[in-house]
Each structure stands twice: as C-alpha cells, then as structure tokens.
Design a protein. Structure first.
Length: 291
C-alpha cells in the first residue's frame, strides 16, 4: 500500500510556484495577489482561510483577507465582490463557503468575475470545464487529478466510482475523470444518497473518490483488493481524549480500507493540503491571464 501524500506533493507544488514568483520578482513583474472573503466565524472556515493566506505568504504571493461579520447582508457582500472585481491589483479571489443561511450562495458565486474566479465555481468556469476548454478547475478535484498524476496512478479505462454529487467535488470530479486528459479517460459512476446498494458499485471500483461527508462511511468490506482510494471527507468528530475535544475523520474507515488498497490518501494530509496548492496554481494562472 502506498500513501498518496498530499502534504509532500502540495509542498513540492508550492516550491515550484515559489520559484516562479522569484523569477517574476527578479523580472520586475507584479506578483500574484489573492484575496479571500470570510463571512462569520465558523471555526473550520477560519482555519481553512487562515491556511490559504499563510500559504500565500510562504510562496511570495500578496494576499488580502477580508473578514466580514455574520450579520453582513447579501447586498453588502455583493458590493464587496464588485469592489474586488474592479480592483486591478487583485488577480483572483474566493468567497469561503458555506455562507450564513440568509445569503444566497448561488447569487454570490454568480457575481464573481469569471476571470478572477480562482475557485472555479462560477457557471462560466463550470461550463468551460465541462466542455474541456481552458478554465479555473475547482481546487479539490484539480488537486486529486494532480495527486493521481504525480503518483502515476493509471486511470485510463478504469472504473472510477465517485461517492457524492456536490457542486464542489463529486460533480466536477466525475466530469473531469471521464474526459480525455491525464488522470482521466476513466469510466465513471456517480453514486449518492438515493443510490440503491452503493456497495455493489464500490466493490467493482478500481478507484473510489469518497466525498459524501459521512465519517468512515466506506469500510473494507465494501472494496476490492488493489483499489485506489481518495478520501475527500474531513469532519470534526467529538473525541474527549483529544485536548481540542474532537478528531478529524475522513469518509473512509482507514484501517480496514487501507489493508486492501494499492494507493490511499490519509486524513489529514491527503486531499486537504492539495486544495490550497491548486488554489495557488489557479491564482498564478489568473495573474498570467491578466497581463
Ligand atoms: N469551502 C470548502 N471548500 C472550499 C473551497 O474550495 N473554496 C471555497 N471558497 N469554500 C470552500
């Protein structure tokens, strides 16, 4: 069994980007500038956004964190987005999800200029991705492709089962892996909460991407020997034995599944760190498109 080490690969990618930033600086070019908008004080979101800003600093990008109170109105947020859309100094920005319930997420994502949409969530970018046109790929699926590619995991002709149909992970993952691309050319099945007998599909899968958000859902008896497993889940599960009162659990029961796997991502340290690396890659791309 080989661990798909997202921490290591993401550090490699960050080093590669840092090298390019160094080049840009020495050529007297403007370095990429990422902005992140965080509404409210959700603990996990604050951690993720903090990590994104820290990663920018590490590789030499400029970054701006815009923290707005939970009570921010939809109108105020849309005004903020418009400011970022028209600010030439900002190459790309993200609005961290989830948003408070009184704000219409879709309306907010639609307001982002697709050329600055480094999350790849705007319908224009989703459409471009679907048609295999150049676009910003959403960071989590993009990171999974990169991880599979860097470990030379064969995907062509393989049966990939994606568990979950979210707009951010499951849906784009299923589209990308069926396309003619590296870490693609696969036969893809999407299973979800209404699928009857999920196990019948997972047992046949060569590669499983688990992205449903139920801790330790996928167990060893649901997979075949030699399976490749990518675990996207990261849920805080209360655990009194931990100082912080919780542990992080993936969607995969690691011990039983890893015993049968050829490759598997750990949680944490698998897909999570790749997400940030790919966001930085998209920001670098946004910079190069805006010159
Ligand atoms: N919430 C969970 N993942 C993501 C992500 O990749 N981007 C944004 N903006 N919000 C998220």
């Amino acid at each position: 069994m080989t661990l798909l080490d997202g921490k290591k690969v993401s550090n490699d990618i960050k080093d590669e980007i840092a090298e390019q930033v160094k080049q840009m600086k020495s050529n007297g070019e403007k370095v990429p500038h990422l902005a992140a908008v965080l509404v409210g004080t959700d603990g996990a979101s604050m951690t993720y956004v903090g990590a994104k800003v820290k990663a920018c600093e590490r590789i030499g990008f400029e970054s701006t964190l815009i923290e707005l109170p939970e009570e921010t109105t939809e109108e105020e947020l849309l005004k903020q987005i418009n400011d970022l859309n028209t600010n030439d100094d900002i190459d790309g920005f993200i609005v961290q999800l989830p948003l408070p319930k009184h704000i219409d997420e879709q309306k907010v994502l639609m307001a982002i200029n697709p050329d600055k949409d480094v999350d790849g969530f705007h319908p224009t970018n989703v459409g471009r991705m679907t048609l295999d046109l150049p676009s910003f790929l959403p960071a989590t699926p993009f990171g999974i492709l990169e991880l599979l590619e860097r470990y030379n995991v064969e995907t062509s002709g393989k049966h990939v089962v994606v568990i979950g149909r979210s707009h951010i992970v499951g849906r784009p993952m299923s589209i990308l892996m069926s396309q003619k691309r590296n870490a693609g050319n696969a036969t893809v099945t999407v299973v979800h909460s209404r699928t009857k007998n999920i196990e019948a599909f997972t047992k046949d899968a060569d590669i499983i991407v688990a992205a449903l958000g139920i801790p330790e859902f996928l167990t060893g008896d649901m997979v075949k020997d030699g399976v490749v497993v990518v675990d996207v889940g990261i849920t805080r599960v209360s655990d009194e034995t931990k100082k912080r009162g919780y542990r992080l659990a993936g969607d995969v029961h690691f011990d039983s599944v890893s015993a049968k796997s050829s490759f598997i991502t750990p949680v944490p340290g698998g897909v999570g760190p790749m997400n940030i690396a790919m966001l930085l890659k998209n920001t670098l791309l946004a910079r190069s498109l805006s010159v």
